[in-house]
Design a protein around this ligand. Structure first.
Ligand SMILES: [Zn+2]
Length: 317
């Protein structure tokens, strides 16, 4: 008869638990789930949920523009090898259906924005027209696709990513669930941080201009007014008349800062600043992350970077 004392049983259990905890969690590269992300922001969200269990190929990388992306033959091969293809949806990736068909992939296509309450596209209708499209070739359709600019929406993205990964890789359920929960609580903290920072700016000062109408969800969620620029044509170099119209608008509408991503002509930017006294707020990241080492190489850093630039510019103009 073998007598096992309580103490040694406890010790044995503790040893087993320790062994389980210290077991290497790394997943061999060849057994990872191959997934495709349509653009860099989505890839970062998938990486946070999938961790080491997934290998992510990103079609539109850092500083890329998904609106005007033209898939290469190698992108079709990437899709063919994938088990899941993640897209934003809401008309953001107009090229994806054709790419999926051309690739012959059997991967499930997962719409990460599923469940988001879509906002109408800002550049719809005659109010803005061609001016609102200056410098950024949008083809939105009825809805604004930039839903990730609201952190609440990104919580839905994270849940959709988690659910899709669990279906494709049931063994990873615990990992995906834990990663999604940790990231979601980090996002809740980020949301509170953003609200506090913007609340510190008087409401009347929260009026800025961007050339890129990508901040509709951000505006609605956080109470900053992004005014569509008037007078800018789709020409590479705006005319004197267009610049004058923009300057009048900045004065008339009490704009506190200008963020014009595609206005690369430094002389023009300086002239507008000099004539209006408006703050030039720097570069906001809307549709893609920065490369690694840049100011917005993750979703969380992108939000922090944008809020830092926005609040600084609105505060001291
Ligand atoms: Zn865009």
């Amino acid at each position: 008869m073998i007598v096992v004392s309580r103490r040694s049983l406890f010790a044995a259990t503790a040893t087993l638990a320790l062994a389980a905890a210290t077991r290497p969690l790394a997943v061999a590269a060849e057994t990872r789930l191959p997934v495709v992300a349509s653009f860099s922001i989505l890839a970062d969200l998938i990486a946070r949920v999938g961790g080491e269990r997934v290998t992510i190929s990103t079609l539109v990388g850092p500083n890329g523009d998904a609106h005007v992306f033209q898939p290469k033959p190698s992108d079709a091969k990437t899709l063919a090898a994938a088990k899941l293809v993640f897209v934003n949806g809401l008309g953001f990736e107009g090229w994806m259906d054709r790419l999926v068909a051309a690739s012959g992939t059997r991967a499930a296509v997962v719409v990460a924005s599923k469940g988001v309450v879509p906002q109408k596209a800002e550049d719809e209708g005659e109010a803005h027209g061609a001016e609102a499209k200056a410098g950024h070739d949008h083809d939105h359709g009825a809805f604004d696709p930039h839903a990730w600019q609201s952190i609440d929406n990104v919580k839905l993205y994270v849940a959709n990513i988690r659910d899709a990964l669990i279906v494709a890789d049931p063994e990873g359920r615990e990992v995906y669930t834990a990663n999604a929960a940790a990231f979601t609580s980090e996002l809740a903290g980020l949301d509170a941080e953003v609200r506090a920072k913007i609340a510190a700016v008087p409401a009347a000062r929260r009026r800025v201009i961007t050339s890129h109408d990508a901040f509709g969800y951000f505006a609605t969620t956080y109470g900053i007014e992004f005014v569509a620029p008037q007078g800018l044509s789709t020409d590479a170099e705006p005319s004197a008349k267009a610049v004058a119209a923009l300057i009048r608008q900045i004065r008339r509408e009490h704009i506190t800062a200008v963020f014009i991503e595609n206005m690369t002509d430094g002389r023009l930017v300086k002239r507008i600043a000099k004539e209006t006294g408006v703050v030039l707020g720097g570069e906001l990241y809307s549709d893609s992350l920065s490369p690694k080492g840049g100011p917005a190489s993750t979703y969380v850093d992108m939000v922090r970077n944008n809020v830092k630039l926005l609040t600084a510019a609105m505060a001291d103009s």
